[in-house]
Design a protein around this ligand. Structure first.
Ligand code: GLC
Length: 421
């Protein structure tokens, strides 16, 4: 939640935004998708010093507004994002339509502080939506409730007339966003400072959203439970639907000197963990002001995409997996098939302890090689594997089992025969 204080609200059982059956219908594609692209793009992308620069550097509103003069991206920058998302194996995209800085990428009657009425001169949400659809991506809108630019954005907490004006401003944006761009698949609210659900009129907000877009799903950051939870920069499973959002370096918005890139291996491992525990992974790019994608992001996502081409079947439509991992591998599951994702290749023999199901066959996913194995109550050993990892950055071995795979490591610890003294 950055510096904004926590907007991760605990799930309040009372407030439900839509009937459960309808929720299952609306969420179906999303559960299967597993992997999405987050895009943080705004005036901060011109600065290149992180999307919180306005607040963290104390930049006055009039000075910050000048950035709008330099924000003149060439048309259709979003096409390259959408192509990269598709290549990476992602199924949906979520772009900032307005971040905390208050600058709107969309055409709005509420303010001139928006891309079409500034130097850019175009509706960037429209370009984004068209680009995403052209690549078959589902379309998501990120929208920050907190607004550092609007005159009522802070005083709304203490001045009722200001609150009414500001809430009308915000609700109007959402109405515009969900009316003017055709079908929208995800609405991704962010930071709800400084109001609570009553102050934002969040129930009314969601009601309008579902009236305008009956198939949409919404997250939990407008102080209501919404359809899914949003653990940030961490993977945290829950019984509710959840999506871990994460940066590829340490910044959401373009930060020119942030070189703390995750490796393709780390990204794949994170994706595997999300799929193992029934969640989604929303991975961010922070394009520059001209819309270009940092080369490191392209490099990482291309490698992940090549891996997904070979191994995507272990991720999409994966079901929650009760086998939780070992030091060299992690697991995903589909039906009775357990996928062993080895990130540190063990060599010619790959062993899993405490599997409580019978393995019927073992296959090296890359190349489809059938593998020899033996199994006793304590250990499964897959044998005669290549000495070095056949796939990169993670190699998958598929184990077809006679029931849903479960593992009991305590059984191994307690029951394994020991020497008599
Ligand atoms: C936080 C940050 C923000 C980022 C978001 C993504 O709320 O304030 O900059 O957009 O998380 O989850």
């Amino acid at each position: 939640m950055g510096l904004a204080g926590s907007s991760l609200v605990p799930f309040a059982p009372a407030a439900v935004t839509a009937p459960a059956a309808d929720q299952a219908r609306r969420m179906q594609w999303w559960h299967q998708a597993r992997f999405g692209m987050f895009i943080h793009w705004g005036l901060y992308s011109v600065l290149g010093r992180h999307e919180w620069a306005m607040e963290q550097e104390g930049i006055p509103v009039e000075e910050y507004e000048q950035l709008a003069k330099q924000f003149t991206p060439p048309p259709n920058a979003a096409r390259a994002w959408a192509r990269l998302a598709k290549q990476a194996g992602m199924k949906y995209m979520v772009m900032t339509t307005k971040h905390h800085e208050g600058f709107c990428h969309f055409d709005t009657k509420t303010t001139t502080y928006c891309a079409p009425k500034q130097a850019c001169g175009r509706d960037l949400v429209k370009e984004y939506v068209n680009a995403a659809r052209a690549e078959g991506m589902r379309v998501g809108f990120y929208y920050s409730l907190m607004d550092w630019h609007h005159p009522d954005g802070a005083r709304c907490a203490t001045d009722e007339a200001a609150r009414r004006r500001f809430v009308d401003y915000i609700h109007t944006h959402l109405r515009e966003l969900l009316t003017n761009y055709g079908k929208v698949d995800v609405l991704w609210y962010d930071v709800s400072w400084p109001l609570d659900a009553a102050g934002w009129e969040s129930e009314k907000m969601n009601k309008m959203v579902f009236e305008l877009q009956p198939d949409i799903i919404v997250n939990n950051r407008n102080q209501l439970p919404g359809d899914f939870q949003t653990p940030e920069q961490r993977i945290q499973a829950s019984d509710q639907a959840w999506e871990a959002c994460m940066t590829m370096n340490d910044s959401w918005g373009y930060q020119r000197t942030d070189d703390d890139w995750k490796s393709p291996k780390t990204v794949v491992r994170n994706l595997v963990t999300c799929a193992r525990d029934g969640g989604n992974y929303l991975l961010n790019i922070g394009p520059r002001g001209d819309g270009s994608i940092p080369e490191d992001s392209v490099r990482i996502l291309s490698a992940v995409g090549q891996w997904m081409d070979r191994n995507g079947q272990t991720i999409y439509t994966a079901e929650r997996c009760k086998v939780k991992g070992s030091n060299f591998a992690n697991f995903t599951r589909k039906g009775n098939t357990l996928y062993v994702h080895a990130h540190f290749w063990p060599g010619e023999t790959l062993a899993v302890g405490g599997l409580k199901v019978k393995v019927k066959s073992a296959t090296l996913l890359k190349g489809g090689l059938n593998l020899a194995f033996d199994q006793d109550p304590f250990r499964l050993r897959v044998k005669a594997l290549p000495a070095t990892a056949p796939d990169d950055p993670v190699t998958v071995v598929a184990l077809e089992c006679d029931a849903e795979p479960v593992q009991d490591n305590l059984f191994v610890r307690r029951e394994r025969p020991r020497h008599n003294v």
